[in-house]
Design a protein around this ligand. Structure first.
Ligand SMILES: Cc1cc2nc3c(=O)[nH]c(=O)nc-3n(C[C@H](O)[C@H](O)[C@H](O)COP(=O)(O)OP(=O)(O)OC[C@H]3O[C@@H](n4cnc5c(N)ncnc54)[C@H](O)[C@@H]3O)c2cc1C
Length: 446
């Protein structure tokens, strides 16, 4: 395929990709593979990988099989079924070097705004360093989980023990023998708690609401013995099969479906088998149907809670005092270190960058009552711009498809943009609305 050419200007289409997480890297690779050289990836961190660069807490690893949590265009021999953060980071570095996109990435460069320039029919991208550059097209790949949800509990200003968020993990603390609190019981906490339990003196886990925790079955991957399984086609088919098996869980998100009832009863049996204390079991049992919240996959979380030095507090944090944490039931507990596993601002879409389209319309205002994007990748009224964004946040393996799929879809749009010699491309205004059944949140994807 030839390079993208903007025929009216007889030069390549200039593309700015915002973010060098897995979405931004996939977009860059697809641009590079199609012969484009005129693209720049802006990344505020000092390295690539997005969430996998930022999140280095103990136990951090992927919770869907690594075989499908990886690019279709870059197969990899994973050592374990669920890659650790370090293994994913190595993979990401390999991808970047293999496709020669490192030189296109500007690290330590935070984008402040992308403002539509009607005179040039493109975007002026401004960075925190004060640079302003013109691009024909902007692709935002800023991620859903890139802005940590930092706690704002009353009393935080007087709290003296060390405190940090899992996405800003402070490895300098020696936690051996210490009294450590982990606030939260989502996916991150369920990875962190079993990793910390053998090290700390006491571990106190604050749970606002119990979630469904299913076993993960992590295992080492050995090279298949048959030549067929080692062949390219064999590997592809195996990946497809793994994807389909993982996706089957989505059936259980349908309220009242046989799959949901089966999963709930499987969960109950797993809980009974794993948690020895009936009182603790009851505190851990969710009061809502499976799928209303993203399920957690961990084979170590419940066993860790059985340990005598690990205590589950079935309440949210109410406020902090000079030395301790007061929970919603009014009990105060002194701690040495507080680790906030309080998640991310998952619904503040594209919040780190100001995007102003034609007519001075600010995307934040446009999305004030909810984010909407045609097919999840492009917003009506914001021409020559695409987003690489997850489509259904509560799903799991679909994310990997999204990277392989959306950037290709986006790329098709970029090619159309170039080949048709148009200078301004904008999607249709009609959007469809897709929400995840049973979930509290929805996401308009078109
Ligand atoms: C700890 C953790 C574990 C996860 N595990 C799984 C899993 O097992 N399975 C799964 O499917 N999903 C998982 N996810 C979800 C994960 O968000 C996606 O899988 C995927 O990595 C998102 O990629 P992305 O490129 O869209 O976003 P990100 O990885 O968030 O990348 C966005 C990038 O944009 C950059 N950026 C943001 N603002 C600016 C700016 N203003 N200027 C320049 N750069 C900017 C950020 O620094 C970041 O590098 C996990 C998320 C976390 C946090």
């Amino acid at each position: 395929m030839g390079a993208l050419k903007h025929l009216t200007r007889n030069r390549e289409v200039r593309v700015a990709v915002l973010g060098a997480g897995l979405g931004g890297i996939a977009t860059a690779v697809n641009l590079k593979r199609s012969g484009s050289t005129s693209f720049t990836v802006f990344e505020r961190s000092s390295g690539p990988g997005g969430v996998w660069w930022e999140n280095t807490y103990p136990g951090c690893e992927v919770d869907v099989p690594s075989e499908i949590y990886s690019y279709s265009f870059m197969p990899h021999r994973w050592e374990t079924s669920h890659a650790t953060q370090a293994a994913l980071q190595r993979y990401i570095e390999l991808v970047i070097d293999h496709f020669g996109i490192r030189s296109h990435i500007r690290f330590d460069t935070t984008v402040e705004s992308a403002i539509w320039d009607p005179a040039q029919n493109g975007w002026i991208v401004t960075t925190e360093r004060g640079t302003a550059e013109y691009f024909d097209v902007v692709v935002t790949a800023l991620g859903l989980l890139s802005e940590p949800n930092l706690p704002t509990w009353p009393g935080i200003e007087v709290f003296q023990p060390s405190m940090f968020h899992t996405a800003r993990y402070e490895h300098s603390h020696d936690l051996r023998g210490k009294r450590v609190a982990v606030v939260g019981t989502g996916s991150t906490a369920c990875q962190l708690v079993p990793a910390l339990a053998p090290v700390v003196g006491q571990l106190i886990v604050y749970q606002r609401e119990p979630g469904y925790v299913l076993p993960k079955r992590t295992h080492k991957i050995t090279e298949p013995s048959s030549a067929w399984a080692r062949s390219r086609l064999g590997r592809k088919l195996h990946r497809l099969q793994t994807f389909r098996e993982t996706e089957r869980l989505v059936d259980a998100f349908r309220v009242g479906s046989p799959a949901q009832l089966r999963t709930e009863s499987y969960y109950k049996r797993y809980l009974e088998r794993t948690v020895t204390d009936p009182a603790l079991r009851s505190l851990l049992t969710p009061s809502y149907a499976f799928g209303c919240k993203r399920p957690v996959f961990s084979s170590d979380f419940y066993p860790a809670l059985n340990s005598p030095h690990v205590k589950l507090v079935p309440h949210a944090v109410s406020h902090l005092t000079k030395r301790g944490i007061v929970d919603a039931s009014g009990v105060e507990t002194d701690v040495d270190v507080l680790i906030a596993a309080t998640g991310f601002k998952a619904t503040d879409f594209l919040s780190s960058v100001r995007i102003v389209g034609p007519g001075g319309v600010d995307l934040r205002d446009r999305w004030a009552s909810g984010a909407r994007a045609f097919l999840g990748v492009t917003v009506p009224g914001f021409p020559n711009s695409l987003c690489s964004m997850v489509r259904i946040p509560t799903a799991h393996s679909r994310l990997s498809l999204n990277w392989s799929g959306s950037p290709n879809w986006s790329h098709a749009s970029l090619r159309a943009f170039a080949v048709a010699t148009i200078t301004r491309w904008t999607p249709d205004q009609s959007l469809r609305n897709i929400t995840t059944p049973g979930s509290s949140g929805g996401f308009d994807v078109g």
